[in-house]
Ligand binder design. Structure first.
Ligand code: NAD
Length: 491
């Protein structure tokens, strides 16, 4: 059994209340670790440490090149411990080891990318309209940043926040999901090994309702960056309004994957499976809403069903496994409820729709890959995020019709489409109201390009230069080189 604590001002500390929480492996419900369970007071302590480190200038005034070197060193340590980190992520989330290794490579890449940006914060010279004056704009670190991350991609989501904030010169308090904290704890250990000074990187553990809410409300926090569900995002916005702190929100989505009749059939089919079923569909950008043009609809659905029925469920640590369990009993119940709703709404169940019967899978939170056809725009299963291995298929005739339907959701995180027609590619990539549009691919993101949502999928952007700028404030510095009296008042 692994025992882990929180990290505040350079010290590994237990919760002030002494409380702990057992971390459960969703594959077999066994406890894999016991971690400190913080509450509001622990979060206050971590914020105080981050505030002191920021206000004393320890980190913000460290030259960007030195900050970059440390962040790069952290990236290299992540590469060194890639396998250990990947195993921890698989034990904690249930996802396959292959997916976890991919995540860890991406995480190391994020740190290296932002290490490279740390000394490229150039600012801008402005041509002042006033004679004998100069004007420039600099970007300064925003201050103390609270970073609240979800359970589905625990370290990947945390790294999208940690790396740019540290590169910009901010000090941070991270709060991972209370059910999947292990890799974020491990990366905090690596940050200590890399040599970050006390107070720059802090970690609090515990539920959203206490340390999380404290971070969002705190008057001492300058920015809260949150990834999670839309309902929690609303609460964060309300809490952050106390001191008008900056907010960055990465929320859920309902992501269409549109297959036109002229697409490469086999590649599009493969993209639908990868797009919708990574981490058993528990991915914000899951292309779980598939729209197939009438001409190829029946053949496509048949081929999709055949592949879904062959998916091997099991332990994420077994290299033969293609799909692991869902994260928890509560989440499994939510997915089951959506399947019930879909049947009531009139969707046609083609496969899955229940827990697997294999005795080997009875201890875990498994659900069979599930395919619905005959789906319509009005259905909740089509409009709302299910976050499970459930694909809905809608039939469409024309490009105009499918564009209107795809844009009809209240969220706008990501969308993809498959076609060979260059004019259609141009029209649709502009017409789709989503933060990311993939053409002849799906579920691709990398450090260099921005990520974020239109509509209710969020506020602000992570990744790319935009992800760095989120953690900066712009300051205009104006100087008069030949000041003269205006004599407007009482001269
Ligand atoms: P969640 O909203 O339940 O929790 C996310 C985090 O917020 C956790 O750390 C939790 O402890 C904390 N939290 C909960 N209540 C809080 C409160 N009142 N104040 C402060 N913090 C609070 O989300 P989840 O179930 O962990 O994650 C799944 C959701 O995340 C899905 O909706 C998914 O689409 C979304 N997501 C979005 C992206 C993206 O890039 N847009 C990426 C991954 C996940």
């Amino acid at each position: 059994m692994i025992n882990k604590k929180m990290f505040v001002n350079g010290q590994w500390t237990e919760a002030l209340s002494g409380k702990t929480r057992d971390i459960i492996n969703p594959f077999n419900r066994e406890s894999i670790a016991r971690v400190s369970e913080g509450d509001r007071e622990d979060a206050k302590g971590a914020v105080k440490a981050a505030r002191q480190a920021f206000d004393a200038g320890v980190w913000p005034y460290t030259p960007g090149s030195e900050r970059g070197e440390l962040i790069h060193a952290l990236g290299r340590l992540i590469e060194r411990d890639r396998q250990e980190l990947a195993e921890l992520e698989t034990l904690d989330t249930g996802k396959t080891i292959e997916e976890s290794r991919w995540d860890m490579d991406a995480v190391a890449g994020i740190f290296k990318y932002y290490a490279g940006l740390a000394d490229k914060n150039h600012g801008e010279a402005i041509e002042s309209p006033l004679p004998e004056t100069s004007s420039r704009v600099v970007r300064e670190p925003v201050g103390v940043c609270a970073q609240i991350s979800p359970w589905n991609y625990p370290l990947l989501q945390a790294s999208w926040k940690m790396a740019p904030a540290l590169a910009a010169g901010c000090t941070i308090v991270m709060k991972p999901s209370s059910i999947t904290p292990l890799t974020t704890i491990k990366v905090t250990e690596l940050a200590e090994e890399a040599g970050f000074l006390p107070g720059v990187v802090n970690l609090v553990l515990g539920p959203g309702s206490s340390p999380g809410a404290e971070l969002a409300e705190s008057l001492e926090v300058d920015l809260v960056s949150f990834t999670g569900g839309i309902e929690t995002g609303r609460k964060i916005m309300q809490a952050a309004s106390k001191n008008i702190k900056k907010i960055a929100l990465e929320l859920g989505g309902k992501n269409p994957n549109i297959i036109f009749a002229d697409a490469d059939f086999d590649l599009a089919l493969d993209s639908v499976l990868c797009g919708a079923l990574f981490h058993a569909g528990q991915i914000c950008s899951a292309g779980a809403r598939v729209l197939v043009q009438d001409k190829i609809h029946d053949r496509f659905v048949q081929a999709l069903q055949a592949r879904m029925e062959r998916i091997r469920l099991g332990s994420g640590l077994d290299p033969e496994t293609e799909m692991g369990p869902l994260i928890s009993r509560e989440h499994l119940a939510k997915v089951e409820e959506y399947v019930r709703i879909a049947r009531d709404e009139g969707a046609l169940l083609r496969c899955g729709g229940e827990r697997p019967s294999s005795p080997k899978l009875q201890d875990g939170f498994f659900y069979l890959p599930t395919l619905f056809t005959g789906c319509e725009n009005r259905m909740r299963i089509v409009q709302e995020e299910v976050f499970g291995p459930v694909i809905t298929v809608e039939r469409f005739q024309s490009e105009e019709e499918v564009l209107t339907r795809a844009n009809s959701t209240v969220t706008g995180l990501s969308a993809g489409f498959w076609t060979r027609d260059p004019d259609r590619i141009h029209r649709l990539s502009r017409g789709l109201r989503f933060g990311t549009v993939w053409v002849n691919d799906f579920n691709i993101y990398f450090a260099q390009a921005p990520w974020g949502g239109y509509k209710q999928s969020g506020l602000g952007r992570e990744l790319g230069r935009a992800g760095f700028e989120e953690y900066t404030e712009q300051k205009h510095i104006y100087q008069n080189h030949d000041p003269r009296a205006a004599n407007w008042f009482g001269a």
